[in-house]
Design a protein around this ligand. Structure first.
Ligand SMILES: Cc1ncc(COP(=O)(O)O)c(C=O)c1O
Length: 500
């Protein structure tokens, strides 16, 4: 049975939508070369895109002054890039495509020729054309600007700039005391003892007693997840929909299947989580309970207990990504609870700087010992000199966090103020994290993203965050740049969403 799905599943519009959403709790088989993947629903074989689905995914694809075949090829490529058309799935036959799109078969053949030449489709003799991503499309074509000071404001990533002076001072101190480390082999195993101790002490101070043997240093959370995946070898990983996109690509790259659970700004759908954990039984879950990326949601204490219960019932190892935890922007922050028995991963990427490339895993001493003996531990760990810089910064992190929170609070409130009261979008002011999660009331996010690019603003559309390519009417809007840049962001968004 094939599941016909619209790109967006309304949040709660009746039992039909709900049942699709529940079946949409996907278990996708994802095989990969780079980012290319093939998603299979559990009930089906490889996905065949129907002519109706193709027409719906492409929307209004014709462009004035652009040849039909070129415009069609561009539209297919754009739809593959933002997930409306699944890479790895088969396109409908030429004749059916022509009829569904209201063009001649010759136009479809010409468009397929362009797509084939540019690497967007592969066609084996006698079989349907399969959608692919060309290698250029999977590599970053622009640097990610944290300040938005360049000509274009690149907010595809939510990355704050480093605290310059503090960082440079830490670099100097780290250089001064790097002698003993430079005399060693350069391999740190589970990490520099001093850094592991500092991180363990932070957990203990928060009420989670932790010894240094329970901490292992990695080069960020993606490396932490890669190491945990390489060790646990989960067949299926339960993930939130939407979620931080890089881990999704990481799981796909290793052929891991994904089981999805919806999360909105209002919180987690625990029925779906139960389904997802059942599908992932014996495997792993990747969750972001604190100021979730991209929704900003904060998991309630009761939900955390439920997650732990379900994890136990289905034998799922819960990996909680706490990268956003310290970006608590509430007026009166209360201590945050944790999902009992979860493996915790953390990173300095958002609190200090993504370029530091230091993260960590906190688990039982037994798990950390096993991870430390894994052959991928060393290649996924942070360079010793970077660990030394992290040690210098973590030793006195509170002033850095205080400044960062104050700046983010100002920026969040400024951007929210600029966008508030406009009926082209809805959003909830997040209690923490780095971005607004806009629900566009009428326009599709991919269209807004394309138009915004013309006004010098790069954004990530909703489907990039969704393992099932839904959320086509959502847009993540980071408030990481300074206030004067946020003014430009709001202007560009207004232009992109205006009638043309
Ligand atoms: C939830 C979450 N975790 C982690 C990271 C950073 O990952 P890494 O430490 O690998 O740079 C991000 C960055 O966007 C994120 O949103």
């Amino acid at each position: 049975m094939s599941i016909a799905r619209s790109p967006t599943v309304p949040k709660s519009s009746g039992s039909c939508a709900r049942s699709v959403a529940r079946r949409g709790c996907i278990a996708g088989t994802v095989s990969s070369a780079g980012f290319n993947f093939l998603v299979q629903y559990r009930q089906t074989g490889p996905v065949h895109i129907t002519d109706n689905q193709l027409a719906k995914a492409l929307g209004a694809w014709r462009k004035p002054d652009v040849a039909l075949a070129r415009a069609l090829a561009d539209a297919v490529g754009d739809a593959a890039l933002d997930g409306r058309l699944r890479v790895g799935s088969r396109l409908p036959a030429e004749r059916r495509t022509a009829a569904a799109l209201g063009v001649s078969r010759g136009t479809v053949i010409a468009a397929l020729g362009i797509l084939r030449d540019e690497g967007w489709v592969g066609t084996r003799r006698g079989s349907a054309s399969t959608l692919r991503l060309p290698p250029e499309a999977t590599t970053r074509i622009a640097t990610f600007s944290a300040s938005g000071e360049g000509a274009a404001i690149d907010l595809r990533r939510a990355v704050p700039a480093a605290p310059h002076t503090t960082y440079q001072q830490a670099l100097l101190r780290a250089t001064e005391r790097s002698g003993p480390i430079l005399a060693e082999s350069g391999e740190t195993g589970p990490g520099l003892p001093e850094l592991r101790s500092l991180i363990a002490d932070r957990y203990t101070a928060e009420g989670l007693a932790t010894r240094p043997e329970q901490v292992l240093i990695t080069s960020g959370t993606r490396s932490a997840l890669a190491l945990l995946s390489a060790h646990l070898l989960p067949r299926v990983v339960a993930v939130e929909i939407p979620t931080y996109f890089d881990p999704l690509a990481g799981f796909r790259a290793t052929g891991t299947r994904l089981a999805g659970c919806r999360v909105t700004t209002d919180g987690w759908d625990l029925d779906q989580l139960d389904d997802a954990f059942r599908i992932a039984a014996g495997g792993m879950a990747y969750l972001v309970p604190d100021f979730q990326n991209p929704t900003g949601a904060l998991m309630p204490v009761a939900a955390r207990r439920t997650v732990a219960r379900l994890a136990e019932r289905h034998r799922v190892t819960v990996v909680a990504d706490e990268t956003m935890r310290d970006l608590d922007l509430r007026d009166t922050p209360a201590p945050l609870q944790r999902i009992p028995r979860s493996v915790l991963i953390g990173s300095a990427a958002k609190t200090i700087w993504a370029g530091l490339r230091v993260g960590w895993i906190r688990g039982t001493a037994a798990l950390i010992g096993e991870l430390a003996r894994h052959p991928m531990c060393e290649p996924l760990s942070a360079a010793p000199t970077q660990q030394l810089v992290a040690t210098e910064l973590l030793r006195d992190l509170e002033p850095v966090l205080r400044d960062r929170r104050a700046a983010l609070r100002r920026q969040r409130d400024h951007l929210s103020g600029l966008l508030d009261g406009d009926d082209r979008w809805r959003f909830t002011v997040p209690q923490g994290g780095l971005a607004l999660w806009l629900h566009l009331t009428t326009m599709r996010a991919d269209l807004v993203v394309t138009r915004a690019r013309a006004y010098g603003l790069e954004l990530s559309p909703g489907p990039s965050f969704a393992a099932d390519a839904t959320h086509s009417h959502h847009l993540r809007l980071p408030y990481t740049p300074p206030i004067h840049t946020l003014d430009r962001v709001a202007t560009a968004l207004d232009q992109a969403c205006s009638d043309h």
